[in-house]
Design a protein around this ligand. Structure first.
Ligand SMILES: Cc1cc2nc3c(=O)[nH]c(=O)nc-3n(C[C@H](O)[C@H](O)[C@H](O)COP(=O)(O)OP(=O)(O)OC[C@H]3O[C@@H](n4cnc5c(N)ncnc54)[C@H](O)[C@@H]3O)c2cc1C
Length: 463
């Protein structure tokens, strides 16, 4: 469709211009291309991008899109692996002008608008010695990561991001602005804690803040052998809950603090995050440092926001990935991981292992829409690709790598899904979770307006 000449689309744009306080951006605008770009190489060309100033603007944009029958995409940080933050010929509700943050230092809570990134929120609340856990990357939007669950550097100490979510403000498909929490609209509050953007536009979240006046963290690089990797996972499982880790088995990037002779060599890049004092941190980290002589050890007492170093906004590698859960990584499994990565010629390939447990695992599986509470390790395997032919090769490789490692848990984490089809979305919501989500979807979004998501169709069947 040529959106600029379609009279009904033009009428919708005119309506939006008179109804909302925020910016309404159309393809002629100089910054249209910048604003429609998302983190993955999805070249979506929306008819219009609305940059709401507040929840009222969001409600008006949703109502106008719904009346016009235009597809809608909601964008916070734009990091969806499937490019769900943009849509062809429809309306993008781009929340990035909504960045208000109210911190109640005494009460240990914060109300945050959903245009904030994890890094922006984390830096602002760290000024008070406080934190809420998000993921491993500062540029990810608090909108998407929270709605999908949120697995990050405080996961074992304080649980998923949604375990610190106290309330939300949600604009539903009928244009209502609802305040939801455990008492008010409890079904919707349950669904937005893991069910993604299927139920409406979250305009604000209220988070619990945790004291974090001391922190030890950074990168620990070890040689990638089966014994080191299995030892790393065993140490992470035995560690106090203050320590959350991410083990990335990958070729060593040319980082300035790593001697050049190690560049390109297969390494275990441990992202270490200890929420506690320097002395306790040293004790918790000792078993990892004892696994082998570290190639680089950048782990030290530091401000927590340092875990989110500035990223290049123009760096958009093209990669394919699979997420799944594991029960154990013994030397045999670790050996298969190391050997498979060593045999690949992709410019970059990685197996990422996150030991879960701790506070996250103490929440019952049916308490929120994130049901993988008893899974012990989250794994992602990924490879970069160059061009469409290479993509096919790398996709086969990640699929077969994941297939060789799976240990019987068919689950997936919704926030790490790409455009992988309906079965994989179902895998994110096992058993009764899917049925309950579909039922709530029928109530709050019967026409499936919010389908530029890892979609839960109202009928519970194929979208
Ligand atoms: C480099 C990178 C690192 C990552 N690391 C982690 C990690 O450590 N832990 C982890 O848990 N996840 C991680 N993720 C996954 C990330 O949490 C998801 O991709 C998340 O959905 C991105 O949120 P976003 O707001 O940035 O993206 P968007 O593309 O803006 O949104 C993602 C989805 O959520 C919907 N959405 C966003 N905001 C709202 C809102 N306010 N209301 C309704 N719907 C909304 C969108 O419509 C879309 O469907 C990572 C992703 C990347 C690319």
């Amino acid at each position: 469709m040529n959106v600029q000449s379609a009279p009904s689309t033009q009428a919708t744009i005119d309506k939006l211009r008179s109804a909302v306080r925020g910016r309404v951006v159309t393809p002629e605008a100089a910054d249209y291309d910048d604003l429609r770009a998302v983190a993955v190489p999805v070249d979506g060309r929306p008819a219009v991008i609305v940059r709401p100033a507040d929840a009222r603007d969001v409600a008006r944009a949703v109502s106008i899109a719904s009346e016009a029958g235009l597809p809608i995409a909601v964008r916070s940080g734009g990091h969806s692996g499937a490019g769900h933050g943009v849509v062809d010929d429809g309306i993008v509700v781009d929340l990035r002008d909504m960045k208000a943050l109210e911190v109640d230092v005494e009460g240990r809570t914060a109300w945050a608008e959903t245009g904030l990134t994890a890094g922006e929120y984390t830096t602002a609340v760290a000024a008070h010695g406080l934190a809420t856990g998000f993921g491993d990357t500062g540029s990810v939007g608090i909108g998407g990561i929270t709605l999908g669950g949120g697995v990050g550097y405080l996961v074992r100490k304080h649980g998923l991001t949604i375990d610190s979510l106290l309330a939300a403000e949600v604009v539903t498909a009928d244009g209502q602005v609802l305040q939801v929490d455990a008492q008010t609209h409890p079904d919707l509050f349950w669904a937005v804690r893991g069910g993604g953007g299927n139920f409406g536009v979250a305009t604000r979240f209220q988070f619990r803040l945790h004291e974090l006046d001391a922190f030890v963290g950074g990168i620990l690089i070890l040689p990638a052998t089966a014994d080191v990797l299995a030892g790393f996972i065993a140490a992470a499982e035995a560690a106090p809950e203050e320590l959350s880790t991410i083990a990335n088995v990958m070729p060593c990037p040319p980082m300035p603090f790593v001697p050049a002779e190690h560049h390109g060599e297969l390494i275990v890049m441990g992202m270490m995050a200890f929420a506690g004092s320097a002395e306790d941190g040293e004790r918790a980290l000792a078993p990892f440092r004892a696994l082998a002589t570290p190639i680089a050890d950048m782990v030290r007492p530091s401000p927590y926001p340092d875990m989110y170093p500035p990223a290049d906004p123009d760096y958009h590698p093209t990669a394919v990935a699979r997420v799944f859960f594991l029960d154990h990584v013994d030397p045999d499994v670790a050996g298969r991981i190391v050997d498979t990565l060593a045999d690949s010629d992709a410019t970059m390939r990685v197996a990422q292992l996150r030991v879960l447990g701790g506070a996250m695992a103490r929440v019952p599986s049916d308490a929120t829409a994130f049901a993988h509470r008893s899974s012990r390790i989250m794994a992602v395997v990924a490879a970069f690709y160059e061009g469409p032919d290479d993509r096919i090769v790398r996709e086969e490789w990640v699929e077969s790598f994941a297939g060789a490692l799976r240990q019987g848990d068919p689950g997936a984490y919704v926030n790490f899904l790409g455009d992988e089809g309906q079965e994989r979305v179902r895998a994110a919501y096992p058993g009764a979770t899917w049925d309950r989500l579909a039922e709530i979807k029928r109530r709050y979004d019967p026409a499936n307006l919010f389908r530029s998501t890892q979609n839960i169709p109202p009928n519970g069947g194929p979208a």
